[in-house]
Ligand binder design. Structure first.
Ligand code: URA
Ligand code: URA
Length: 223
C-alpha cells in the first residue's frame, strides 16, 4: 500500500512539474492578479457595472438612470424591447410604465411570472422625449444586449416591436411582416411580435400577439 501511495505522489509531482514547464505557473501562484486572468465566463453583474458607467453615446448626458435589464439570469425566455421611457429612466428598471404593465399581463397569461423571465432593451438609456432610437445609438449600444444574450443564453427571445426585431435579425422588413415566425440569433430562437406600447394604441392586434406567445410557450415546453 505504502509503495502505491509513493508512486502516486511521485506521479503527481512529475505531472505538476510538467505543467509548470509548459507555462502554467499561474496555477501555482499566490498572486491574485494572475489568478484573475484565468478565463472566467463573464457574468451579468460584471457587465452591469460596466454598462452603468457607459458614455458611448449622447444619451448618457440626458439619462437619469441606465436601464440595464432585470429578471432571472437563468431565464429560458428573454424579452427585448426598444429603449427606456420616462418611468424606466426614473426607476432604472425596464418596462415599469403602462406598456410594462401590459407586458406583465402578457407574461402572466403565459403562465409565468416576471421574475421567471429576463427583460431588457436594445438601448439602455432613454432617448429624450421618447423619440425613436437613432442608428448611431443602436450601433453604440448593441454590443451590450449581445453580451447579455450570450451570458443568459435563453431558449427563446421575444423581440418586442420594430426596433428590437430589426436590430436582432438584421432585417429591414416591417414588424407586421416579421412577426409570428421564429428566426435565429446566434443559435437562439427569436420570435418578433408587436410592442406592448403599440398594443395600447391598437388593442385589436392583441390576438395576434397572443398567437405569437402560444408559439413561444410551445417551444419552451418542448423536451
Ligand atoms: N418601452 C420599451 O421598449 N422598453 C421599456 O423598457 C419601456 C417601454
Ligand atoms: N411599430 C413599432 O415600432 N412596433 C410595433 O410593434 C408596431 C409598430
Amino acid at each position: 500500500m505504502d509503495g502505491d501511495l509513493e508512486e502516486i505522489i511521485s506521479a503527481v509531482k512529475f505531472y505538476i512539474d510538467l505543467e509548470k514547464e509548459s507555462g502554467m505557473a499561474e496555477f501555482f501562484s499566490k498572486d491574485e492578479s494572475l489568478l484573475a486572468t484565468k478565463p472566467v465566463k463573464e457574468d451579468l453583474e460584471t457587465l452591469k457595472k460596466e454598462v452603468l458607467k457607459c458614455e458611448a453615446c449622447e444619451l448618457s448626458r440626458t439619462r437619469r438612470n441606465v436601464v440595464f435589464g432585470s429578471g432571472n439570469p437563468h431565464a429560458a425566455l428573454m424579452f427585448i424591447g426598444e429603449a427606456p421611457g420616462e418611468d424606466e429612466d426614473i426607476q432604472g428598471l425596464p418596462f415599469v410604465g403602462r406598456a410594462g404593465q401590459l407586458l406583465t399581463r402578457i407574461i402572466e397569461a403565459m403562465g409565468m411570472k416576471r421574475s421567471d423571465v429576463y427583460i431588457a432593451n436594445i438601448l439602455k438609456c432613454r432617448p429624450p422625449n421618447n423619440r425613436s432610437p437613432l442608428p448611431s445609438e443602436i450601433l453604440a449600444c448593441r454590443e451590450n444586449v449581445k453580451r447579455q444574450i450570450e451570458i443568459i443564453r435563453p431558449k427563446v427571445i421575444c423581440a418586442l416591436g420594430k426596433f428590437a426585431s430589426q436590430t436582432l435579425l438584421n432585417a429591414d422588413k416591417p414588424i407586421s411582416a416579421l412577426r409570428g415566425k421564429f428566426y435565429e440569433y446566434e443559435g437562439i430562437k427569436v420570435m418578433p411580435t408587436f410592442h406592448p406600447a403599440y398594443l395600447l394604441r391598437n388593442p385589436q392586434d392583441k390576438k395576434l400577439v397572443w398567437e405569437d406567445m402560444k408559439k413561444i410557450k410551445k417551444e419552451l415546453d418542448k423536451n
